[in-house]
Design a protein around this ligand. Structure first.
Ligand SMILES: NC(=O)c1ccc[n+]([C@@H]2O[C@H](COP(=O)([O-])OP(=O)(O)OC[C@H]3O[C@@H](n4cnc5c(N)ncnc54)[C@H](OP(=O)(O)O)[C@@H]3O)[C@@H](O)[C@H]2O)c1
Length: 335
């Protein structure tokens, strides 16, 4: 049952100070995946309150409707657009990108690849890939490719644009990307069991996706820099933040509610978990090629900026990530 785990309701400490330090985002368009709850919700709300036009890319559901209504209530002067986008389906991502281009005729300033699922059962998507790898990385890879002309346009018109990916401390557990997780082998990639501590089974699949988010950022940073592009690529990690991520995993049998309740005492609130994402979206001081979070492995605290790490920012990992991701989406992605 989704409600078998109750969030500890941790106190927000740093969010307001960061939000108040950020510049206006008027005349900018920001597209964010996964805004029905958690960190994506607060990132969307913040961008709208800063004056941006915000595109909410979610799979159709009651949660999508309720959160859209709440965001409209909370951001009375905001310009919010709902865009249907189910990251478990490449077709849905393609349709979403068309809708984004219809709304953002003057370019897209920020693409925030936030949505994610954690340590779910060993299941294949409609396209045949692991449900976690397609949701967390492969569909975002495709979305980024399809939005690149819009990002390019914004960067020409307004001197910069940003691609923001969302990783996790779990990236450090994976250490090295493995090809099989990018292949049409969903449902036969380690089974439904697994340990968070040892990074096995369903947790290995999660860690691979979060390492992929960081490696994708390293690839984008390198390719965009080589082209003298004004598009910046950066990656956030939230530490440990109470959101619906843990509830969904508990519901799917990937975490016990008792252990989760104990673990979350060491975490931070949803709003403070949004600090890294928000700095990547809106803080002028964040450069391309940065990872932003509460320390590189910290669970909570102010979000600081660090250079990308060598365990994924290396030729072997970047080549694997790009080649296998292009193979999965059956398209080339030229920058
Ligand atoms: N919270 C943490 O401690 C933590 C730690 C490390 C990394 N992260 C990362 O932070 C990101 C946001 O997670 P969160 O903590 O905010 O969790 P959350 O509250 O569960 O939010 C996840 C979002 O992703 C969306 N999503 C899931 N599957 C989708 C699909 N197939 N298509 C479109 N959207 C989909 C969910 O929408 P639905 O309503 O449709 O399910 C929801 O809006 C994730 O990438 C996660 O890996 C979080």
């Amino acid at each position: 049952m989704k409600n078998s785990y109750t969030k500890p309701n941790l106190k927000t400490k740093y969010f307001e100070d960061l939000f108040n330090s950020l510049p206006s985002m008027e005349n900018k368009s920001v597209a964010i995946t996964g805004t029905t709850s958690g960190l994506g919700f607060y990132a969307a709300e913040s961008a709208a309150k800063l004056g941006a036009r915000v595109l909410l890319l979610n799979r159709p559901s009651d949660r999508a409707e309720t959160s859209y209504a709440l965001l409209n209530d909370n951001c009375s002067n905001g310009e919010l657009h709902k865009v249907d986008c189910d990251l478990q389906s490449f077709e849905s991502v393609k349709s979403a990108s068309i809708k984004v281009s219809e709304i953002c005729t003057d370019g897209l300033d920020v693409l925030c690849n936030n949505a994610g699922v954690m340590a779910l059962k060993d299941k294949a998507t409609i396209d045949g890939f692991d449900v976690q790898m397609q949701t967390n990385h492969l569909s975002h890879f495709l979305l980024t490719k399809l939005c690149m002309p819009l990002l390019d346009k914004a960067s020409q018109l307004r001197n910069e644009a940003r691609i923001v990916n969302h990783s996790s401390i779990a990236r450090t557990q994976a250490k090295k990307l493995k090809e099989k997780f990018f292949e049409k082998k969903g449902g036969s990639l380690g089974g439904d069991k697994g340990s968070m501590i040892f990074g096995t089974g369903r947790w290995e699949r999660y860690a691979q996706t979060k390492l992929a988010n960081a490696a994708f950022t390293a690839c984008l940073h390198e390719k965009l820099k080589n082209k003298n592009s004004k598009i910046r690529a950066m990656v956030a990690h939230p530490g440990l933040a109470e959101s619906d991520l843990q509830s969904t995993t508990v519901e799917d049998g990937g975490l016990s509610s008792l252990f989760t309740k104990y673990m979350m005492k060491f975490g931070q609130s949803e709003k403070d978990g949004t600090l890294g994402l928000l700095r990547c979206i809106a803080d002028p001081k964040i450069n391309s090629g940065s990872i932003v979070g509460p320390g590189l492995k910290g669970a909570k605290g102010k979000a600081k900026s660090f250079p990308l790490e060598s365990f994924y920012d290396n030729d072997e990992t970047k080549n694997l990530l790009w080649t296998k991701s292009c193979e999965a989406i059956s398209e080339n992605f030229e920058i």
